[in-house]
Design a binder for this molecule. Sequence first.
Ligand code: GLY
Ligand code: MN
Ligand code: MN
Length: 435
Amino acid sequence: MNKIPFSTRRNALLAEIGDGIAIIPTAPERVRNRDSHHPYRFDSYFWYLSGFPEPEAVIVLVGGKTPRSLLFCREKNEEREIWEGFRYGPEAAREAFGFDETFAFSAFDEKLPELLANRRSLWHALGHDATWDAKIVAALNTVRAQTRAGKRAPSQIHDLREPLDRMRLLKDEHERAIMRRAAVIASAGHSRAMQRCRPDQFEYELEAELGYEFRKRGAAGHAYSPIVAGGANACILHYVENNKRLDGQTLVLIDAGCELEAYASDITRTFPVNGTFSAVQRDVYEIVLAAQRAAIAAIKPGTPFISYHDAALRVLVRGMVDLKLLNGSIDGLIESEAYKPFYMHRTGHWLGLDVHDAGDYKSGAEGADWITLQPGMALTIEPGLYIRAGAGVPEHLHGIGIRIEDDAFVTSDGCEVYTHAPKTIAEIEDVMRRD
Ligand code: GLY
Ligand code: MN
Ligand code: MN
């Protein structure tokens, strides 16, 4: 366990909260049915500050002249450890995760009023988890009831997400290293799916190829529900059923990424089920690829977040006119949003611990300005074209859905695309020819 990035982040947050106190709980375990649970996934804010993997844990950061970081976690329990596995327990956790003090999680409710008393401000992600909101409000009321004993509850309550999201938006070197490794695994999964794809397979067979590669290479699994969408299913943006047979005359769109050491990768590739693009598939594919190239070229520090979307959109709309999906001037079609039936999402989002990662997109007092790109930000670049059958849509284009998605870091002079699955028509056809 590398303690350094986590304690560095805790210290950075302590510097933000002045003499306040911050409370950052992890996620609860979730029941799937009866006594079976969903695979446990800790809270991303909690992980960002601790690297501690167990449920029933909470970080408390106590600001002031001698800042302290505390962890409350489950105690050792031989009986439970026989059934469920290893628990650090407070003592080992303090050493392994670099906290100043650690306590039993069971002591938290009683200790919280004491920790809150006479602190000017409280920092918490209110609304993130109702159980924790209620716990904290109860503790505040306990302190308020002790006014005559000279105790004061914090008079200011701040949203902890504000400083934490700002921090999470800029990936440090540890995060970038993990994200690069996640991208290698995710890219290998896409290559494998291309290589193994055969007409008449089911979509879930390709999902299995990706899952195999992710787990085989040590990732936790999928970072989000994968999309394996044959033919017109690709025009359903959140298609996750993945249970239809693949028609050899169509394309298949796969949007899948692995989670490695808590970090997501997010890649989409679209390729012909039979291994060779038809002329019309090629025409549409080259438009989306050109849109992605234009977007990549537009990503530079100092530019507004939306600029790369605008760059991709212009290429896509020109392509829609060339394909006779739309008619008119490019500027007019963008202005009127006539392109929306064929391109209805934005060209990317922040990426990190969450696939749609923390961080604002707009800033300024009125929230009117797009965030300015800065070196260290991580984002996806994912233009697409989705052509459903409909009035005025040329028949030979019906049911073609294409998205190409890669992940990038903003650098000092542009961006570094760090996902490397086969992408050009030549690369895809070449991989698909190999056995
Ligand atoms: N996989 C989710 C997305 O591309 O945004
Ligand atoms: Mn995606
Ligand atoms: Mn994405």
